[in-house]
Design a protein around this ligand. Structure first.
Ligand code: GLN
Length: 494
């Protein structure tokens, strides 16, 4: 499906095509890509058609005007609850879990006329950068199926890049929307913390988690955000901030644009293809009339260290509920064994090694005697990271900060999975943005050549809190000048 969200919505509202017809086409396309991509954990053949019929009926009853996303097929990351199907978080722990409710963000999509075609694969409980931590096997990158699509929202990124659906929801705690968007050559946005309700998102690290979108274009991201942003009485951390009509003046360039280029973004860890794309992106903004200022984000170097204390600390607490009694997989215990064995074995059987590593790390940094040395120190670093960004926006007057989305393009399945530190380095340019609570967007930034394969590279723009409208316009200026995202991965050779 190559059409924009707004043109799909218009065609369905004008009854040039039915939502049912679009749902059928999307299901077919998703099904035919599945053997190669393994992007989905569930595909909702019947439910999607039922939803599409309901949309067609609402349009027949004259309700079209309230359906900006009429007939738009969407995919939902499987850590976001729906009141049908299962919400597994790609974990054995929740393999059988059926949520009694639907997440607010997903409900808003449905209310706007979207059709949910399935739940996408992720790293277990959204912990990882490749989807290889999924208990149900990795997803694959449409540009080269021997490579990862990134993670943790890898299934969402893969299906949007392959044009199975034009919109997918993801979640981003430390880069899980922006990194896979970069590795798959699409647009991914993590809004300001509090912009989108987290109600119904299975918590990983609650002070960092944010739902966002994966789409083919900036325009689609703008329209989707208009629908899903906004305060929600069911999530007290959702902010009471006006939701602008992001898509309305998207094509109006930002005048007097100042782009900050952090010294730290030219890290030696960057793949040459990423370094080149980054230089090109700076030149592009220069050509567009922006003033480029070199900035310093000195705390960037400590971002990963702080994140891998704060996120596991929160995760160890959030995941305590999965004990086989309150939630999740319940192990069998023998006669004479008690509650402790039940807890131990349920958690031992239910969680993958990476999730266990995070729980142990988190428990350790919160334990008495270590709390100050690790957790409190990490919180201080977090505040300093935020101060670095504030200085760039306020003192230097930057409208946005430009840096790569990740240090390298898609890596091979198996390449980093046994080396947690190498995997954590994927998050170099993304975690600071979550720690500071800021909005960040990845746009297709060009290509890198590796072993004869052309692989996409993502560029990231980070803006001040609540500046999504401006950030989308800055991203749109780039996309318009360098339409790298228009190039699609080749369909599978048969
Ligand atoms: N890659 C990071 C991690 O493993 C980020 C994950 C995320 O944003 N959910 O924690």
């Amino acid at each position: 499906m190559n059409d924009s969200l707004s043109s799909i919505g218009m065609a369905v509202r004008d009854r040039r095509v039915s939502a049912v017809e679009l749902a059928r086409r999307a299901l077919e396309s998703v099904r035919s890509d599945e053997p190669r991509l393994k992007a989905y954990l569930q595909v909702f053949d019947d439910e999607a058609i039922r939803q599409a019929q309901a949309v067609d009926e609402r349009i027949a009853c004259g309700e079209g005007d309230s359906l900006p996303l009429a007939g738009v097929p969407v995919a939902i990351k499987d850590n976001i609850c729906l009141s049908w199907g299962r919400t597994t978080c790609a974990s054995r722990m929740l393999e059988q879990y059926e949520s009694p409710f639907t997440a607010t963000a997903a409900q808003k999509l449905i209310d706007a006329g979207a059709i949910i075609v399935g739940k996408t694969n992720l790293d277990e409980f959204a912990m990882g950068s490749s989807t290889e931590n999924s208990a149900f096997g990795p997803s694959r990158n449409p540009w080269d199926p021997s490579r990862v699509p990134g993670g943790s929202s890898g299934g969402s990124a893969a299906t949007v890049a392959a044009r199975g659906v034009p919109l997918a929801l993801g979640s981003d705690t430390g880069g899980s929307i922006r990194q896979p968007a970069g590795l798959c050559g699409i647009v991914g946005i993590k809004p300001t913390y509090g912009r989108i309700s987290r109600y119904g998102l299975v918590a990983f690290a609650s002070s960092l988690d944010q739902i966002g979108t994966l789409t083919a274009t900036v325009e689609d991201a703008a329209l989707a955000l208009e629908v899903i942003c906004g305060p929600d009485p069911l999530d007290s951390t959702s902010a009471n901030h006006t939701v602008e009509r992001f898509s309305h003046d998207l094509d109006r360039p930002v005048t007097g644009l100042v782009i900050g280029v952090p010294r730290q973004a030219s890290n030696t860890a960057n793949h040459p293809g990423v370094a080149r794309a980054f230089e090109e992106a700076v030149k592009t903004y220069q050509k567009l009339g922006a003033r480029i200022v070199e900035i310093d984000l000195p705390m960037t170097d400590y971002g990963i260290a702080a994140y891998y204390i704060v996120a596991p600390a929160e995760a160890s607490s959030n995941l305590a509920r999965f004990d086989g009694i309150r939630y999740g997989h319940r192990a069998r215990i023998g006669a004479g064994e008690g509650l402790l064995e039940l807890y131990n074995r349920s958690r031992a059987e239910g969680f993958c090694p990476e999730v266990k590593r995070r729980i142990m790390l988190g428990t350790h940094v919160l334990s008495s005697g270590y709390y100050d040395a690790y957790y409190n120190t990490a919180l201080k670093v977090r505040r300093k990271i935020k101060a670095d960004y504030d200085a760039a926006f306020i003192a230097e007057g930057c409208h946005a900060i430009l840096m790569p989305a990740a240090p390298g393009p898609a890596f091979r399945i198996g390449e980093k999975v046994d080396d947690p530190l190498a995997m954590y380095l994927e998050d170099l340019y993304t975690v600071g943005v979550n720690l500071a609570g800021l909005p960040g967007i990845t746009v297709p930034g060009g290509f890198a050549q590796i072993d004869g394969t052309r692989l996409p590279v993502g560029m990231q723009l980070v803006g001040p809190a609540w500046s999504e409208g401006q950030l989308l316009r800055i991203a749109r200026m780039f996309e318009h000048e360098c339409p790298h995202g228009a190039e699609r991965p080749k369909p599978a050779a048969v």
